[in-house]
Design a protein. Structure first.
Length: 475
């Protein structure tokens, strides 16, 4: 394990990573071996439960081997990303159709998107409290299997409220896939391979979000929307078997993590302090705005494109979401650039892309709208990378689990609001009213970052290799 000479067992010792050149401060009891490499804490902390315990009851942590490892493990993590987001936004291309079928308003059918993001907001912050005590692989596979139940039951919904209820349950179950997969990556890959493995996973989430929308739109145009959800449920079940076969069991047993697992009291106690931290407050509002923008744009642009002069069918609407695949390229590319320009500048530039993109959708030409949507989702992916990185930088040591939990809650509550609030703006000004409001929100986000963030470089090695589009395509 890299570190400064003689610092292995010294209390309050400092060590420097040979891979990144970043200085870490690790407080250890006298004679206590380090239970995880410091790089693992510095690199990733996207969801609660991703930090390994340093408690005296934990056995020493054995560093994984360098490199990505076997292809089966890489493919399994990529597939987890696909399955985690396959269902989340699946109803977006169906919204104009659902409005006609259920004789409901735009805001009411928009709840089919907001309910799932609300479910994620409810369960994701608390996931780490319980997942630490269980096998990572078992939680991931079980969550995929159980997610198939409300997905299949959604196809039987006799009315809109019941359909929305099943969507809420879907959202509650989804963090069991993506939250624990993130924890698995941080524990099972060597520190110098975590960023690359995480890029592969995030690329899978981008593919899953796009694929879910396309499949529901195409199958609805062939059969009906109920069969689309039957297909999604079947894919969940098939995916669970594939993940169970491909994903290796974690090397670190759950009993070792249980010794230092976060308690309910220790999880919530630091939250009051976080809400008094100006930089964290700014970051939470940024997280809220990021997903509000993404959900608001991709939910209500479907009504815009289903009306004159575009008059797109449900199938054609689903193809528009191919632009979501811009994340396959944007996310790893941003990982290579952000260490050089800093998080504050990176977020400002990313939101500038989103702002230009949403305004481009006002041009009444389909190529212009598609280009604008591609800019929007690219900006959101990069902004999310900045937000999740900065929340760790702005949090004092020892409170990161709860700080990231609050960020995730604000992020998905923003997505919930983004599926509802623009419906009121639509009554006032149609899609132009929604677009101008979201563009103003992007400007506000840039202002919050410039005023509320200090210019901190992300704790990621600048020379870390990024994932090329060609390599993703091989998966």
């Amino acid at each position: 394990m890299p570190g400064s000479p003689g610092a292995k067992n010294r209390p309050g010792s400092k060590c420097r990573s040979r891979q990144s050149g970043i200085l870490f401060h690790v407080t250890l009891p006298a004679g206590q071996p380090r239970s995880k490499p410091p790089e693992a804490e510095a690199l990733i902390g996207v969801l609660p439960g991703t930090e390994l315990p340093l408690g005296s009851g934990s056995p020493a942590w054995t560093a994984p081997r360098a490199g990505l490892g076997p292809f089966s493990r890489v493919a399994a993590v990529f597939l987890c990303g696909v399955l985690a987001f396959l269902d989340l936004y699946a109803t977006q291309p169906l919204l104009p159709l659902l409005q006609r079928i259920f004789h409901a308003g735009k805001g009411a059918v928009g709840l089919t998107v907001s309910a799932s993001t609300l479910g994620v907001a409810i369960s994701a912050p608390l996931l780490g409290l319980f997942a630490e005590r269980l096998s990572r692989k078992r939680v991931i596979v079980s969550s995929i299997v159980v997610l198939a139940a409300p997905t299949l039951l959604a196809a039987t919904s006799p009315n809109l409220p019941i359909f929305i209820a099943w969507r809420l349950l879907q959202g509650i179950l989804m963090p069991g896939i993506f939250g624990v997969t993130i924890a698995y990556i941080t524990e099972e890959w060597a520190a110098d391979s975590v960023v690359l493995a995480m890029s592969i996973y995030v690329s899978g989430t981008a593919l899953g979000g796009s694929l879910g929308r396309i499949l529901t739109g195409v199958l609805t145009s062939w059969l009906n929307w109920r069969w689309a959800f039957v297909l999604l449920g079947i894919l969940n079940l098939c995916g669970s078997f594939a993940v169970a076969r491909l994903l290796p069991r974690e090397a670190r047993p759950s009993s070792a993590r249980h010794a230092g697992a976060t308690s309910l009291r220790s999880f919530f106690r630091p939250m009051a302090a976080h809400l008094r931290n100006p930089r964290l407050i700014a970051t939470y509002f940024i997280g809220f705005n990021i997903l509000f923008s993404l959900v608001g744009v991709f939910t209500y642009v479907t009504f815009y494109l289903a009306a004159p002069p575009f008059l797109l069918s449900t199938r054609a609407l689903s193809y528009v979401f191919v632009v979501y695949l811009a994340g396959l390229v944007a996310t790893p590319a941003a990982g290579a650039i952000l260490p050089r320009i800093g998080l504050r500048a990176g977020l400002a530039m990313a939101n500038g892309l989103s702002l230009v993109g949403v305004l481009a959708t006002l041009v009444p030409r389909l190529p212009a709208v598609a280009f604008g949507l591609a800019l929007c989702c690219t900006g959101v992916f990069i902004s999310q990378a900045c937000g999740t990185s900065y929340v760790r930088e702005a949090t004092p040591g020892g409170g990161r689990v709860s700080a990231v939990g609050l960020y995730i809650a604000f992020y998905y509550v923003g997505g919930t609001a983004g599926g509802v609030i623009p419906s009121y703006l639509w009554h006032w000004g149609g899609w132009p009213g929604c677009a101008v409001f979201i563009a103003a929100l992007d400007l506000l986000t840039i202002g919050i970052a410039l005023l509320g963030w200090r210019d901190i470089k992300p704790s990621v090695p600048a020379a870390q290799p990024s994932l090329s589009a060609a390599r993703v395509a091989k998966l």
